[in-house]
Design a protein around this ligand. Structure first.
Ligand SMILES: NC(=O)c1ccc[n+]([C@@H]2O[C@H](COP(=O)([O-])OP(=O)(O)OC[C@H]3O[C@@H](n4cnc5c(N)ncnc54)[C@H](OP(=O)(O)O)[C@@H]3O)[C@@H](O)[C@H]2O)c1
Length: 291
């Protein structure tokens, strides 16, 4: 299978490119963070997308690319709409014209967080601009794509030594000796990027279509997650301080009682503790991690 990854420079896109490369040829794109081997591409430019697909000749187009800065999407919804709605539309239009399969990543932030965890059967009701944009994109793709898999996921972490990785951010904060405030009233299902991608690829190979939830098996608060990471890395979890999400005064509201379960896919074969131990272990073995 030949794969194209739009947004292979992102946290999930990096994992998609790595896992898909084990099973076939892969071409990936980057936007603001160029990297060796990745083709520069703005997915909102339909002609550039079409040229890239004609050159790469894939069977499947993965779209992890998105504007994932939830607070910036709230402050500048036009920017968020352009990237999160028009971007995937341009890619899907070009893919559909060429008869290609599409895998689009979406989010648990399409739900309101009153009664989580949410399954594919629950009605979405986003609280913030980012969630509304991702839901708009989902609906447009469902109306226009013949071969489409939409993977909703939640609270991604990985072994990357980069601030966009939650595990890395926590270890950096602990290493600096500062207190680490973490919301005790925000519940979700943390998801290991490489586990997510392996399960998504299995679904794709089985021909699954439509919306599927793929997230970690265990639900926990941001506070419990942060303490677990601290413990696995050998830190005293004392500096991890429980706070209410409201006290963090973030511009975009987040779901509180959130997270995902699936009525369509098997749960992850690993516990959160197992996946977090793998991610923390790999991160600590990297010299550039600084933790
Ligand atoms: N992270 C989470 O906790 C989480 C939770 C639930 C769902 N999701 C979903 O999972 C997907 C992947 O998230 P992520 O955390 O991997 O995001 P990420 O690390 O922020 O990566 C976003 C990717 O999108 C690319 N991109 C941004 N604007 C673009 C444009 N105009 N044209 C082409 N590419 C563009 C970025 O390229 P450059 O970096 O090169 O600019 C980057 O490769 C998203 O759809 C997100 O909604 C994520």
């Amino acid at each position: 299978m030949r794969s194209v990854v739009i947004g292979a420079s992102g946290q999930v896109g990096t994992a998609v490119a790595a896992v898909a490369a084990e099973r076939g040829e892969v071409r990936g794109t980057a936007f603001r963070h160029p990297a060796p081997g990745l083709t520069p591409l703005d997915m909102t430019d339909g002609e550039a997308v079409a040229r890239f697909l004609d050159e790469a000749e894939p069977d499947v187009v993965w779209i992890p690319a998105a504007a994932t800065d939830v607070d910036r999407c709230e402050r500048d919804p036009e920017w968020g709409y352009t990237v999160n709605v028009l971007g995937p539309r341009r890619v899907a239009e070009a893919a559909e014209l060429r008869g290609l399969k599409v895998v689009f990543f979406s989010t648990d932030y399409v739900f309101d967080g009153r009664h989580g965890p949410y399954s594919e059967d629950d009605p979405p009701r986003p609280l913030m601009a980012y969630g509304r944009q991702k839901l708009d994109a989902e609906r447009w793709l469902l109306d226009h794509c013949t071969r489409l898999l939409i993977v909703r996921t939640a609270w991604i972490y990985s072994e990357e030594a980069r601030p966009r990785n939650f595990v890395y951010r926590v270890l950096e904060q602990l290493a600096s000796g500062q207190p680490v405030p973490a919301a005790i009233d925000q519940l979700n299902t943390p998801t290991y990027a490489s586990d997510l991608v392996r399960r998504a690829l299995d679904l794709l190979e089985r021909g699954t279509q439509g919306v599927v939830h793929l997230a970690g098996r265990d639900r926990m608060s941001r506070y419990a997650l942060t303490r677990t990471i601290a413990g696995l890395a050998g830190y005293d979890p004392g500096p991890v301080r429980p706070v209410r999400l409201a006290a963090l005064q973030l511009p975009a509201p987040r779901p509180l009682d959130g997270g995902l379960v699936s009525v369509r896919a098997e749960p992850s074969p690993h516990t959160a503790q197992q996946d977090l131990a793998t991610a923390v272990g790999r991160l600590l073995r990297r010299p550039e991690a600084g933790a």
